[in-house]
Design a protein. Structure first.
Length: 135
């Protein structure tokens, strides 16, 4: 019966809504704290309701000059990485789709390994955390 709901359905809805709220709460907290003054955040242990509004933190980030540099680097990595990944995948797909290749079975075995270990092919990004001092 499609139209009839029982207690288990409502319990599942409740659990899903609870999980969704628990996932949204950290994002909400970060947004609220980002527009609050540091003193008002320090006064409360759990800061969920804004008591002040201050965007000086955003001004400091944008005026510092590092924001535009970091955004540009992120944009460059996203565009170039996506373009290279799509190009390599298209070339590999074209080669693997042909049935007249000499080493077809070997290439079909190697191709999935590339996708599984693709992150190993980009060492500068792999070791970026070491440059930042994050362990």
């Amino acid at each position: 019966m499609i139209g009839k709901k029982n207690l288990a359905d409502y319990l599942i809805y409740f659990v899903c809504i609870l999980i969704a709220l628990l996932m949204i709460l950290p994002f909400y907290s970060v947004v609220i704290q980002s527009v609050a003054t540091p003193s008002s955040i320090a006064e409360q242990q759990l800061y969920l309701i804004p008591t002040s509004f201050d965007i000086s933190s955003y001004k400091a980030i944008i005026d510092g000059g590092k924001f535009t540099t970091a955004f540009g680097v992120s944009l460059f990595i996203a565009v170039v990485g996506t373009t290279l990944s799509i190009t390599i995948t298209i070339c590999g797909g074209y080669v693997l789709a042909k049935k007249i290749i000499a080493w077809q079975k070997i290439l079909n075995g190697i191709h999935p390994i590339y996708h599984v270990l693709q992150w190993r092919l980009n060492p500068p990004l792999l070791y970026e955390h070491q440059k930042l001092g994050i362990d």
